[in-house]
Design a protein around this ligand. Sequence first.
Ligand SMILES: COc1cccc(Cn2ccc3ccc(-c4cc(N)[nH]n4)cc32)c1
Length: 242
Amino acid sequence: MRIDVVTIFPGYLAPLREALLGRAVGTGLLDIAVHDLRDWTHDVHQAVDDAPYGGGPGMVMRPHVWGEALDDVLAADPRPARLVVPTPAGRPFTQAAAHAYAAQERLVFACGRYEGIDQRVVDHYAASMPVDEISIGDYVLVGGEVAVLVVVEAVARLLPGVLGNPRSAAEDSFSDGLLEGPAYTRPEVWRGHAVPEVLRSGNHGAIARWRRDRALERTAERRPDLIAALPPDALDEADRAL
Ligand SMILES: COc1cccc(Cn2ccc3ccc(-c4cc(N)[nH]n4)cc32)c1
């Protein structure tokens, strides 16, 4: 998979070169290119923003610089791409979206700043390619870069060969629609807190049941919306007895 990121703060994307993602890039599983939007400005001030039409606070990113940058970035590789634009006004980015993105040959991320990017940029490219405006949560960031780090990590870990243990991604939180239950490791007792007995019993059936019960309890308590969204056949008799 190839990932391109266009931003006025390329340094914000440095973490993509670290650890798991850095290794994925090093082994050729992932090809990441970060581009400085200001490379496509032609004025001495390298201006990328201007006052909003209709008034209002802050500035909006100008369409012509984005158009020149995205035209060049898209033309640099023949693979079909999906343009992803983080924004507080976007559709929620979910694990299902991460799986869909992991199947893409190429993702191009447009990182806005200020009060966002002139809407005509999204409208223009949406006429010729898939474009997603996405939100990573109901809170407001200062720009799109952190959202891109979140999305790229969530997608890259799903790519074959990126995670050391492929079972991890298959058994993710949300993969069965529930939150992950509690996890424990040595020592058996830590500051007077013991590991639940069942986990040391060696009884794999009881362990699986206990883990499912804890995941159901945690989900019902913290994310009742996920319980309500489960398909009718998702809960068995034992689940309902909880
Ligand atoms: C566009 O409307 C905006 C209104 C107020 C502030 C900002 C700041 N801002 C600029 C570009 C940008 C990209 C993404 C996000 C963002 C995404 C999520 N989930 N939260 N915040 C925020 C961004 C934009």
